[in-house]
Design a protein around this ligand. Structure first.
Ligand code: NAD
Length: 261
């Protein structure tokens, strides 16, 4: 993956710019640092409470010789999303790649689930993706170019106990990805999704619970290990690259071999 990516480079010296939500930790942070290592400048977006983490990621990106810039956003708030995308687009010249990574998971059996928690999962995991895509569409359509990668989950493939709300949101993200691919394809914009398996982040560890669950998933995974956040970089980079020019509306499992559909 040493090859430097993006059409923008063929026109001059501007590095391609990626905007990543939920970039202060976990998968978003690994994607930001990984894509910076592959030649991207990165707009880092996260909640106000995560700005210290974002500054740390910003510094790691600068150390790689790329530009990193932190933005505050709650992806479930339209006014914040619109303002943040406007600022990031002006700061970077343009956003070539949008990665909708921000997400939440609080486990609960459906019979015990609060209505508030159901709504909150849909607000962040689905409405957040919708609002981000809606806000960036005019910019990408104007250029007749752009890449969007949505972070779904293998929970969308097979469901999971205590994740009825979460799995439903990720199923919706896969559906949204397909619809957007059809709506934006005529404008040269591709929209794909990745479905991570069990990744050792704060969310992944909370989700796993005890050591027995870790061992269960290690032996259930074909490659016999759980994922690291860095394992997601290659798939996103591929979808953003010219090698994926003819691929849109797809959802790719990145799970070490748990789900085969
Ligand atoms: P994480 O909890 O470590 O990080 C989630 C990030 O999203 C945090 O930085 C958080 O501040 C941010 N975020 C939450 N609500 C937000 C909001 N309203 N606005 C802006 N940012 C917000 O989780 P992670 O494991 O890094 O997960 C990243 C993505 O990958 C999520 O969409 C998650 O559903 C998905 N995923 C994770 C796993 C896993 O095993 N870790 C598996 C499949 C899918």
């Amino acid at each position: 993956m040493a090859e430097q990516n993006n059409a923008a480079n063929s026109q001059g010296t501007r590095a391609p710019a990626a905007l990543i939500t939920g970039a202060s930790r976990g998968i978003g942070k690994a994607l930001a640092i990984g894509l910076a290592g592959l030649g991207y400048d990165i707009a880092l977006a996260d909640l106000d409470s995560c700005q210290t983490g974002l500054r740390d990621v910003e510094q790691q990106i600068t150390a790689k010789g790329q530009t990193g810039r932190a933005y505050t956003v709650d992806v479930s708030r339209k006014s914040q999303v619109v303002a943040m995308i406007e600022r990031a687009s002006a700061d970077f010249g343009q956003i070539d790649l949008l990665v909708n990574n921000a997400g939440i998971l609080k486990r609960a059996l459906l019979e015990d689930l609060d209505e508030h928690d159901w709504d909150q999962h849909f607000d962040v995991n689905v409405k957040g993706v919708f609002l981000m895509c809606q806000a960036i569409t005019p910019y990408m359509k104007k250029r007749r170019a752009g890449r969007i990668v949505n972070v779904a989950s293998i929970a969308a493939r097979g469901g999971a106990v205590e994740q009825g709300h979460y799995a439903s949101t990720k199923g919706a993200v896969v559906s949204l990805t397909r619809v957007l691919a059809k709506e934006l394809g005529p404008f040269g914009i591709t929209v794909n999704a990745i479905c991570p398996g069990i990744i050792l982040t704060e969310m992944g560890r909370n989700n796993l619970g005890d050591d027995a669950a870790v061992r269960h998933w290690e032996t259930t995974t074909a490659l016999r290990r759980l994922g690291q956040p860095e394992d997601l970089v290659g798939a996103v980079y591929f979808f953003a690259s010219p090698h994926a020019d003819f691929i849109t509306g797809q959802a790719l499992n990145v799970d070490g071999g748990i789900r085969f559909n």
